[in-house]
Write a new protein. Structure first.
Length: 439
């Protein structure tokens, strides 16, 4: 049996309260103290796990109660085998999720806490309030009696007097305060249109992480936080893995194509597949020894001119697609199309494997879980397979004359117009695959 240490979930009442910064600070502080900490991320996110990995030195893994059955989540938690502590970062507010249950929940961090038994540390932005902050912690405990609030970390504390007043309210309510963080702009992470700038784009990341770790260590009780961790109640057994799309997988990997879930790569490799990275931005094409090509999501719109000028990539991937399958997700799907129109209205030529034309000229958010029933096979999955995934983009389809790839609905079962498309050996979807549906 795997030796899994106790775990904690770092959550908050809402986005923007500082839970990512606190999580990174805890990871860096415990690492500096000599502990090996395994990070996880609740929900479908690519950005935060990359920062977790940089802070902890271990690959952060997504755990998703809407998209993953219990056995799958338990199997992924074994990534913590032999470590000293588990720290999982929540998403949005603690109880926030979709309206209809998926595999094991609605995707809320509270679902993950209830499923695993990991206690929650709430990060509370206490700016503009004092004793009243305690009501927030009490409210979450009352709303979800199946979870346990281990304590709170106060963030954006204005002064020692302010801290004393907030602590007084917490003491009256019986809420444990595990730390109090004054405002410190130097450890805030930069933001971009899809959220945080990616870890490998943050030039002073090492300094930010070091400062965050020292800041958290100075202002939080690390011993009490570690002692608050609890073992998971999940039983470990066999889990169903995603089948690899091929035996030798050519995987686009550079600044334009970087969104690949770690659990998918681990699944592919665990089943004997070999991943062969290549860079479209460097005008490279898929390795000719590969038997399939996978173009993940990312930020092709930020590199549209460079991709349009990559004649070698375009020629090589078109030659590859004559005899072998090519599949793209979100940004990879857009790059497989005929053209991408950037935010300034400039049209850029893409690979032309599909006739898809997408545009960022008029931004509109497309966000949510997706359940897709395939109308045709894609690498790794047969016709009629049901796939669970997540979609998050601002681009809009202008033209999509190719055959639809799937029937797609959101978490409530409402039809979604972004069906994906297919032509010859090429296929693509706007959603990022998380796994095959079991229900």
């Amino acid at each position: 049996m795997p030796a899994i240490p106790g775990g904690l979930i770092i959550s908050a009442p809402a986005s923007g309260t500082g839970k990512t910064t606190v999580t990174l600070g805890l990871l860096a502080a415990f690492r500096a103290a000599g502990l090996t900490v395994q990070p996880f991320k609740s929900g479908p996110d690519y950005i935060d796990p990359a920062f977790h990995t940089a802070a902890s030195g271990r690959v952060s893994v997504n755990l998703d109660t809407w998209a993953m059955p219990e056995a799958r989540i338990a199997g992924l938690i074994t990534a913590a085998d032999g470590t000293d502590l588990v720290i999982a970062e929540g998403s949005m507010g603690l109880c926030d999720g979709v309206a209809a249950k998926g595999e094991t929940g609605i995707g809320a961090s509270a679902d993950l806490a209830e499923l695993t038994g990991w206690p929650i540390i709430l990060v509370l932005d206490v700016s503009g309030q004092a004793q009243s902050a305690a009501a927030t912690a009490l409210g979450f405990a009352a709303m979800r009696p199946g979870i346990r609030i281990a304590g709170v970390i106060l963030n954006r504390v204005a002064s020692p007097r302010h801290e004393a007043l907030v602590r007084d309210g917490m003491a009256q309510a019986g809420v444990t305060v595990l730390g109090a963080l004054p405002r410190k702009a130097s450890i805030e992470l930069p933001e971009r249109h899809l959220g945080l700038v990616q870890a490998d784009e943050t030039s002073d990341l090492a300094r930010i992480l070091q400062d965050a770790g020292a800041f958290v260590a100075e202002n939080c009780d690390l011993t009490a936080i570690q002692n608050a961790a609890a073992p998971t109640r999940l039983a470990f057994g066999a889990m169903r893995r995603c089948p690899p799309p091929g035996q030798r997988i050519a995987l686009a990997r550079d600044a334009a194509f970087s969104f690949t879930y770690p659990h998918l790569l681990a699944d592919w490799r665990a089943q004997g597949a070999e991943v062969l990275p290549f860079s479209p931005l460097a005008d490279q094409g898929p390795d000719d020894s590969a038997d399939c090509c996978w173009l993940p999501g990312g930020y092709p719109e930020l590199h549209a001119g460079q991709l349009a000028a990559a004649d070698g990539f375009r020629r090589k991937i078109n030659a590859f697609a004559q005899t072998r399958p090519v599949h793209g997700e979100c940004g990879g799907y857009m790059a497989m199309g005929a053209a991408l129109i950037d935010a300034k209205g400039v049209r850029h030529q893409m690979a032309g494997l599909l006739q898809l034309v997408t545009s960022y000229e008029k931004r509109r958010m497309h966000l949510g879980y997706r359940l897709a029933t395939l109308a045709a096979p894609i690498p790794g999955f047969a016709t009629s397979a049901q796939l669970r995934g997540h979609e998050f983009h601002y681009s809009t389809i202008i033209e999509q004359p190719d055959m639809p790839l799937a029937s797609v609905v959101d978490a409530t079962g409402a039809p979604v117009p972004e069906t994906g498309s297919r032509q010859g050996n090429a296929s693509g979807t706007y959603f990022h695959l998380i796994g095959e549906a079991s229900t």
